[in-house]
Design a protein around this ligand. Sequence first.
Ligand SMILES: O=C(O)CCC(=O)C(=O)O
Ligand SMILES: [Fe+2]
Length: 387
Amino acid sequence: MFRSVAISTTFTIRAVGATPIMMLRYQNYAVPVLRLGCNVASDMNYQKRCLHSTGMADSTLESTVPIIDMSMSDEELGKSIHHACTTVGFFIIVQHGVPEELRARMLQQARLLFSELTLEEKEAISVKHSNSYRGFQTMGVNVTNGQRDGHEALDLVSESTRAIVTRSSDSKFKDLTNYGQNQWPDSRLLPDFRNTTEEFIDAMQAVGLRLMSACSRGLGLDPHFFEPYFDDAYWSMRMIRYPVDSEDRMDDDYDFGVGEHTDYGVFTMILCDDVKGTLQIRRKGQSEWTNVDPVPNGFICNLGDMLARWSNNLYVSTPHRVLRPQKSNCHPLQNDRISIPFFFDPNYDSVISPIGELVEKSKNPLLFDPIMYGDHLLAKTSKNFMV
Ligand SMILES: O=C(O)CCC(=O)C(=O)O
Ligand SMILES: [Fe+2]
């Protein structure tokens, strides 16, 4: 159904904060946000190109990364998720219940975060002022594998009180902590940012819970098996802007938008604009990287380390990375890609150990010791920033 190239156009003019924004809307297609005064004709051509190339990309994409329609029955959904998780570790969900309109508003607010705040205003909510890895990271502050990543971002994390209690009674990480308060952009600058984000978080938590229930069915467990681990789900999210690579860059820093990694938790669901050729995965036993491009109204999903642990590696936490966007893949009036990964993760104090039946099913020896999710997260996030 996404292969249709029929185009219906509506124009909506909105005022967002102080900035008027024009939205071009095409049937079944992501909504770019343009400043007034742009050349609408050239934007239409750009959209047509995207529609055609989405159509062409679908077949190769489907053969690598399954597209899963969440409107199917729980039983069927369980099977589809199970298949994706035991093979590629990535899938794309459509018909997930998150309104297209909310997705568009969230992307729009993220874009405004990067375009409307001055460097000073970004620094005012910098991760440097947080002892819990929350806040804004200007270009190069985020690090993967010891190398600075080519992106700027805002990180928000659940403010769970259970995490506070757990961490404060624990001396393992000494001065480190990852509980605390989020740093939000000034509401006078972005009046709709916080409420849109909170609405989005609620919607994503609902999708996350449905994925967990599908997962338990797919694994042959009680459909409620995972529920106790998610009654205070310790979500986090990032709003990321990847600028195109500059031709005069001199060193190895910023080689990637995000360097190779696996995700830390259970399920990551990515809302992103339509820029292609950036997110790549490396499947088990393979050395080459494969693009995972966005699909209209879809969230690109992958599973993380905790699900691999629970299933004793029956489910694969697939390494991935993000290339810096090519100018030729960006909207003509933009020089970047916006991406919003939402990390749906277990309770901070959940202890994750391989599930007996799954150790057998995986045909692997017991691979993991029990770990508290908060410990795993803290060990990872404490290496993510160079401020
Ligand atoms: O921006 C993306 O497409 C993915 C980012 C990512 O892998 C991450 O933040 O863990
Ligand atoms: Fe990731």
